[in-house]
Design a protein around this ligand. Structure first.
Ligand SMILES: [Zn+2]
Length: 447
């Protein structure tokens, strides 16, 4: 069965930068057959869906999040989650009181909020991934799911987490929408060398990538210089960690001389500006990274630190932060910023052959924005990328399709009952608070 979606504007994000007016996207099942102006489809046999005053574009990709942490939204105010100490005392103390049953409602709420604001694909990193996966599958979203490994001196965590990660990777082997990754929370500082080596072997055995945090406060560089006499990036290169697909969140303090090493690796720096700004950390040197050829993408990070999944907001924050950092207007072109949640993000997640742009052969992951939403006028004057980054919000998104299936129509979620998920999350949170109150004093403060 073929479907033809017709709309006022189609922003393809293809390599030629095609933007079509009064155009259509012809779909066969979950695959895009053709994207072209309306006259091209005259006489084509297909179910025609007239979307009218909508802008069709690729579904957005959030390249770094932790879905279960929606459970902690609002709890870590006042802590910098980008230092090990802040993360311990702002998050880890709550994680000690968390049970796996609290995870599904947090993931449901996360998926619903992402779909509502135009995200169709995300890169997640957390433990208890076996509780996350079914919820993501039911949501209809696409995801790169990394099994989190945090050792932090607990030798038992090494065996337990790696065994769980392996079972998880095996379970996703032929999944159409979900890919399994290995998720060391951070190399060196909370995953020691033997654990890293086991993680690399595991990634190789399953053809999986690595999803890490890197260079949030210089802790890895200090550790590696002290123990190995080189920077963290050079030590990663030395042990072969840069030979396989890797996404690394933040990358705030990477020494400039290490950027060429990263540029030649299958590595992408995931910039998460809100989390950095809220933690009072300096902005990532994105302009320099791009000039050096480092692959980059955008992520919101967890909503304890952000506190929103809206990638349109995040694009705007990134653009403004970079202008502020560089002391010049538009140091990062708006089109590049949109690429960081579409084509560049797909590339970072190893999904460039499937998603990120609207063109023949790719999967039907797309969103439709209401062109009458606040911010688009006057359409004659505004560059379309600039409007998307600076003028609108994710609430302009009205329709969302992932892998050929509608996840939202006319602003109504079709795969997640948001109200029920929020109610379940409130109940989980109440239980979390009760369990935390019941912890012994020595368990309540990790450091
Ligand atoms: Zn993170």
């Amino acid at each position: 069965m073929r479907t033809l979606l017709l709309a006022d504007v189609v922003l393809t994000m293809d390599a030629h930068g095609h933007i079509y007016h009064d155009a259509g996207i012809l779909l066969e099942g979950s695959r895009i057959i053709e994207v072209a102006p309306r006259p091209r489809f005259e006489g084509v046999a297909a179910e025609r869906i007239e979307l009218g005053r909508r802008l069709l574009m690729p579904g957005l990709i959030n390249a770094h999040i932790h879905t279960p942490m929606t459970l902690f939204r609002g709890l870590a105010e006042g802590y910098s989650l980008l230092t090990l100490e802040g993360w311990f005392n702002g998050i880890r103390v709550w994680e000690l009181a968390m049970t796996p049953d609290m995870i599904p409602p947090a993931v449901s709420v996360s998926c619903a909020e992402m779909i509502r604001t135009g995200t169709t694909c995300f890169a997640d990193q957390y433990f208890h991934m076996e509780r996350i996966t079914p919820v993501v599958r039911d949501s209809g979203m696409r995801a790169a799911l990394a099994y989190g490994v945090v050792e932090v001196g607990d030798e038992r965590a090494h065996d337990w987490a790696l065994r769980a990660a392996e079972a998880f990777l095996a379970s996703l082997r032929d999944d159409a929408r979900l890919t399994g990754w290995v998720g060391p929370h951070a190399l060196f500082v909370d995953n020691p060398l033997p654990t890293i080596q086991a993680e690399l072997a595991l990634a190789d055995a399953y053809g999986a990538g690595l999803h890490i945090h890197l260079s949030t406060s210089g802790e890895e560089d200090a550790y590696c210089l002290q123990h190995y006499g080189v920077t963290a990036v050079q030590q990663m290169k030395r042990i072969g960690a840069l030979d396989r697909q890797m996404i690394a969140a933040h990358c705030l303090t990477i020494p400039e001389e290490d950027l060429p090493t990263l540029a030649t690796a299958p590595f992408a720096a995931i910039i998460a500006p809100s989390a950095c700004m809220r933690a009072g950390r300096p902005a990532a040197p994105l302009k320099r990274m791009l000039a050096e050829g480092v692959h980059v993408a955008l992520g919101t990070d967890n909503v304890t630190a952000n506190n929103s999944y809206d990638l349109f907001k995040e694009m705007q924050i990134l653009g403004k932060l970079m202008a502020y950092r560089e002391g010049e207007p538009n140091p990062i072109p708006a089109k590049t910023i949109v690429e960081m949640v579409t084509t560049r993000a797909a590339d970072a997640l190893g999904l460039a052959d499937r998603v990120g742009s609207l063109e023949a052969g790719k999967r039907a992951d797309l969103i439709a924005l209401d062109l009458d939403a606040p911010g688009f006028a006057p359409r004659g004057a505004q560059d379309i990328y600039t409007a998307l980054v600076y003028a609108i919000s994710g609430l302009a998104v009205q329709d969302v399709m992932c892998d050929g299936r509608w996840l939202m129509r006319g602003g109504r979620l079709l795969t997640v009952d948001y109200r029920a998920a929020c109610d379940a999350l409130e109940a989980a949170f109440a239980e979390l608070q009760a369990r935390r109150a019941g912890l012994k004093p020595e368990e309540r403060q990790v450091r």
